[in-house]
Design a binder for this molecule. Sequence first.
Ligand code: BGC
Length: 730
Amino acid sequence: MMNWIIEEKGFYPDKAVSNGNKFLIGNGYMGVRGTLEEFTKKELTAVNLAGVYDRVGNGWREPLNAPNGLYTVLKVDGKVYNLPDVSPVEHSIWLDYRKAVFSRETTWQTPKGKVTVKAERFASLDEPHLLAMKYCVSADYNANIEIITGIDADIWDINGPHYDAFSFLQEEVCLGVIGTTHESKDKVCVIEGCQTHFHSEQQVKSDDKHIMRSLSFITEPLKTFEMNKWVAVYTSKDANDFKQQAKLLINHHMEKGYQETKDVHIRKWEKKWAVSEVVIEGDDEAMEALNYSLYHLHSIAPRHADSLSIAARGLSGQTYKGAVFWDTEMFMLDFFLYTEPAVARTLLKYRTDTLEGAKNKAKGYGYDGAFYAWESQEGGYDACSDYNVTDVFTGRPMRTYFKDKQIHISSAIVYGIMRYVDLTGDHSILEEGGAETIIECAKFYYSLLLKKVNKDYYELHDVIGPDEYHERVNNNGYSNRMAKFTFEKAMYVFDLLKLLSANTAERIENMYHIEELRQKFADAAKCLYIPGPDEDGVIEQFDGYKELEDVSVDEVKSRILNEKEYWGGAYGVATHTQIIKQADVVTWLTLFPNDFPKEILLKNWHYYEPRTEHGSSLSACMYALLACRTGMAEKAYPFFLKSARADIDEGGKQWAGLIYIGGTHPAAAGGAYMTAINGFGGLYFEDEKVKVKSQLPSTWKKLQFKVWYRGELYQVNQTHDEITIKKCDI
Ligand code: BGC
């Protein structure tokens, strides 16, 4: 039986950080780490805001954490009972990821008896600005209780502090904090309201980082004392009258009551699951891990916006600068295309709306067209620094070239837009900037082409492919293939112009010399060098790759002098070897399996897999997908599970030296989904029809899922003997 609950019994202080990710709740507008009510910045508590960034001095620009309006401390008979300071006699936390509600229950022994706190909270899926919490206290004696609850503005930041000043407010039933951000002087406003179902003495106190109310009362044995709390979070970017809106929201929900607000939230989640739940009969572990991954993707989907994307670590904090990578288009997009195309559109709209940023980046390097940010923040600003790694031996910043040389990023945008157009049949994204985006990406690659005097083909030199351990290589197969794809799609857009609105066609015709570009792109697509298999059937990842030292991953590991050292860069342990960080050639073959016969796909899978460290959570799913494609479902399975369990299992990298780099792994979640649906499920689209060529692992008795395709919702049921695909009534 599928269990929709992830639980941890017992209290383990060391797990506060990883649990923050595992038990995260969110609604696309904000993410709240799965920390306890009494936790502070010490335990990396965060209310992480989507798409709002700040920079202090020379630090990395990163997304904002809002003041924590859920902050609550318990005093019993005059003494604070907090974790981790006072050990509990019993403690558990759990996340019901069907309903997106996080709960905790903790019992402490006091000198006079036992006191229990049971709390739950959710980030409303119905109202993006709202968090709600229920906090219940009970004791087996007449305990003198003080609940101290309010807003903690002593915020955890990696490169902060991001607020220059806070102002506090107390109006009617509400307490509030308004912070002024450092860089752009935006306001972040958190207002909380509180309701109790019992009589208590109230007092409000504040200091320079907190505004708190204390509620004092005496418990009676066997009676539960329930407090409900509402927290509204707004920024001045959301509305000019953000404070009024926040207060209105609190008052509105206080009138409705906690249970009703929760019921609406759960009903909204049920609607999401009605389309997106994947049923796997015969393998509960896989079904649970996969749907848990989908929970994370739902929790970070920007439904409140029409032009916003998802950061590489979702809404779990500030790591990776809250920036958007190729992860979104290449790993997460399919989930949204299949289950909620409107979100897919929002993600891509963010890219078409940041085209100017990409054009400026290209110009800065002396190229044409659009070179998208490797780590994109608002406006397409590239947050990737020239020195993205600190050398553990010298403590010095290390020059890395991710931002300058990972040219494949632009093709990911083209891939995403075209996949959206193909699967939805909706051309509006092309009308609203998508057409220009594709053409500009093609212009970018065109301006990078090199031709040696005695050769008749083009090359792409000095790049970094998906495998970041080998920098500044020539003719990375993946990058070349994706550039060719981009040229082809730009030509397709030219052909499509007659189907687009007269306005769009005219705009594009006025902007570009279409015939000239068409000829250039056709020539580039035809003559761009794409490496082929050698005598062993292996495609060289880049020029000279096979001449590098051929050693095992374990051998490379054994050469490490410091467990935190970086494997790539100028003198990393992997740099001069064939050991790669993540799927590279295999990513190409997964995307374009028809480029070569099956035996070549297989040869490359078998060649590269033992040479892959899987040092990125993006790697496993590509191996899983290609394994499915080549009839190796059983080999695919452990890679699938690794992706699906990326946020359940501990062991992922959490710290690099003193820098926290952990967080959730939405690309792995999306990759697990692609493996289940496109890989094992074998879903594809041909002649405007939904088709499957299934490859179920032997333990899977049945796979069932729904997908949107061209405006219709289909349900696909597969067993080892039977496949049915039917349209659903919407
Ligand atoms: C990977 C990139 C990825 C980024 C964000 C890096 O470690 O190498 O491919 O885009 O993480 O997830």
